[in-house]
Write a protein that binds this ligand. Structure first.
Ligand code: HEC
Ligand code: HEC
Length: 400
């Protein structure tokens, strides 16, 4: 028979070391500047979200929203969306929020090639930056969603990303918290928590991640810039190197702006355009519509075919300096690597975009070191400090 004193000493030792472990874990999280609060820390009066800066004008965000998410949008609903976006309770095991893979400081992208979902599952693609989603007809690397509203609930129920199993599971989990019933009441006039309202508020927040306050935008303010074509007007505040980069970016020889087009530097995916898309109202279910995707000759044989045939969404280049690694699979670490691809890495894939072909054969867009440097310094002007530092877009669970 075992000696009861020895047994109880052993038990005491185990309890002792366990509490020591808990104690040191607490100490560790306390000393960590980003320890998390159980409940969101919100300002007494909500932040103002409805007015955004666009090309030197203040405009109402609702003027830019094209889909059903236009309804019931207010500072309170965006506040609710902000809480939902950063709340790890939206994941099955309380470890992952949208903000885990879409980080404010990184232009709402992630700095790893493949993001980590719940239980360390790895997403097959590189997390995308989120900004100016209101201008976006096509979402995800394969353009499978046509609006932020359609997209919003996809990651929550995606087993790699957040792993929630049913609507009821999510609704009852959020209803049981101390803060959601009140936040839903303020946002939608009823404390009832439904999947549709969750998606709506989340979309409201995503729509407000509006980015038009970069050095480029500042320089475009003024009598010509506001109305003008960005290829024609030189921003007043640019250095000679940035101006040189801009000239190259918009040049016929390099073609960058023919795909990364318009003031959002994203796919020219309007109805009837060469990259299809059909906008918010067009026939987005047509499987032959490229919906703003292109094949840029990354591989001879693609492991992931994207929209089909190695075609991937032509992404916006806003905040691009912050959102590496690059491409759908995060294969390139730096912008220099990206430019090296266009300069001498384009593969002769059967679906390669026409812009990279001469007489039906792949042709690289040669750039020398000086030109690459100039283009990168131009791309750096697209970084928007307001988006990445404004507390109204920040994680409300972080204790400072
Ligand atoms: C585990 C990481 C992860 C989590 C969590 C996550 N995302 Fe994503 N997100 C990604 C990846 C990876 C992509 C690209 C996926 C693809 O193309 O198939 C993406 C794409 C997107 C896009 C498309 C952007 C564009 O321009 O096309 C939006 C918007 C988005 N996510 C919003 C959200 C929201 C809202 C949540 C929370 C409900 C969320 N994400 C949670 C990794 C994540
Ligand atoms: C034919 C259209 C097309 C042209 C022309 C083009 N791009 Fe792209 N670009 C794309 C597509 C499509 C992707 C995404 C490809 C993928 O991930 O498979 C991309 C990706 C990028 C990325 C990485 C974006 C990210 O978020 O990971 C950068 C940076 C970029 N392009 C810059 C440029 C520059 C600079 C030029 C001019 C030298 C240029 N592109 C010309 C279509 C184009």
């Amino acid at each position: 028979m075992k000696n009861p004193t020895i047994l109880s000493v052993k038990v005491l030792l185990i309890i002792g070391s366990a509490s020591l472990m808990i104690f040191s874990a607490c100490k560790k999280s306390q000393s960590n500047a980003t320890s998390r609060s159980e409940t969101p820390i919100l300002p007494a009066t909500p932040y103002q979200y409805m007015t955004v800066e666009d090309g030197g004008k203040s405009i109402d965000i609702t003027e830019l929203i094209h889909d059903e998410s236009k309804t019931m949008v207010s500072d309170q609903s965006v506040t609710l969306g902000r809480v939902l976006f950063y709340d790890t309770k939206l994941s099955i095991n309380n470890t992952i929020s949208c903000g885990s893979c879409h980080k404010q400081a990184l232009g709402f992208a992630d700095n790893v090639a493949a993001s980590i979902g719940f239980s360390d599952r790895v997403t097959p693609r590189n997390s995308m930056s989120i900004q100016n989603a209101v201008h976006n007809n096509n979402m995800f690397w394969d353009s499978r969603a046509k609006s932020p509203m359609e997209l919003s609930m996809m990651p929550v129920f995606n087993h790699l990303e957040m792993g929630m199993e049913t609507d009821q599971m999510l609704e009852s989990k959020l209803s049981a918290t101390s803060y959601y019933p009140e936040l839903f009441q303020k946002a939608f006039g009823s404390s009832a928590i439904t999947k549709d309202k969750i998606a709506l508020a989340m979309t409201h927040f995503v729509n407000c991640l509006f980015s038009k306050q970069s050095k480029f935008d500042e320089g475009m303010k003024g009598p010509f810039g506001m109305l003008g074509d960005p290829s024609q007007v030189d921003p007043a505040n640019f250095t000679p190197l940035e101006l040189e980069g801009k000239k190259l970016f918009f040049s016929e020889a390099l073609k960058c702006s023919q795909c990364h087009a318009g003031s959002n530097f994203s796919a020219p995916d309007f109805e009837g355009g060469s990259y299809g898309g059909g906008g918010f109202t067009g026939n987005n279910n047509d499987p032959n519509d490229p919906r703003g995707t292109a094949n840029i000759g990354l591989d001879y044989i693609y492991k992931d075919n994207g929209r089909g045939g190695g075609k991937f969404k032509i992404p916006s280049l806003r905040n691009i300096a912050l959102t590496g690694p690059y491409m759908h699979d995060g294969r390139f670490k730096t912008l220099d690597d990206v430019l090296n691809h266009y300069s001498h890495g384009i593969k002769n894939h059967p679906n390669l975009d026409e812009k990279f072909k001469v007489n039906g054969v792949a042709k690289n867009i040669n750039m020398n070191e000086g030109e690459k440097l100039a283009i990168i310094s131009f791309l750096n002007t697209l970084t928007d400090r307001n988006l990445i530092t404004n507390p109204k877009f920040s994680d409300p669970f972080v204790m400072h």
